[in-house]
Every structure is written in C-alpha cells, then in structure tokens.
Write a protein that binds this ligand. Sequence first.
Ligand code: SF4
Ligand code: SF4
Length: 68
Amino acid sequence: MGIFINVIVDSGKCKVATGCTECISICPVDIFFKDDHTLKIKDEDECTLCYQCTEICHESAIEIVKNY
Ligand code: SF4
Ligand code: SF4
C-alpha cells in the first residue's frame, strides 16, 4: 500500500490468470507484475497518474486512488 497513491486491482475482475498482461506491459514505471497467476503491485507511490492502465484494462479492474 502506498502512502500517497493506492493502485487497487479487483481480483474478481482481473484476467491475468487467463493470460492478460496489458497493464503490466503499458505501465511506464513497472508497478504491475505477475506472480503465480496473480497480479501483484509494487511501489504504488511511483505511480505517475498517467492512467494508461485504467484505460487499457478491458475489465475495468484497476482503480487509482490519490490520498492527498
Ligand atoms: S489489464 Fe486488467 S485484466 Fe488485464 S492483467 Fe491488468 S488488471 Fe488484470
Ligand atoms: S496510472 Fe500509469 S503509472 Fe500509475 S499504475 Fe497505471 S500505468 Fe502505472
């Protein structure tokens, strides 16, 4: 969990287990990674608020929350 930004993925909607890697590929600061068929998130405060991940996710599974 970030201090300033939270990148939240709805695991019920996310299709990483069936091969989707769209957000992993597009994030310019590599916040997303795949681990054991699960989408994981690291260094949320590195997020640049570009919103490319929320735009590309066809499942609307990603939410970006600013805590400031
Ligand atoms: S783009 Fe959406 S569905 Fe695909 S891996 Fe990322 S969060 Fe999951
Ligand atoms: S908003 Fe941009 S920088 Fe932040 S997690 Fe999504 S793609 Fe990465």
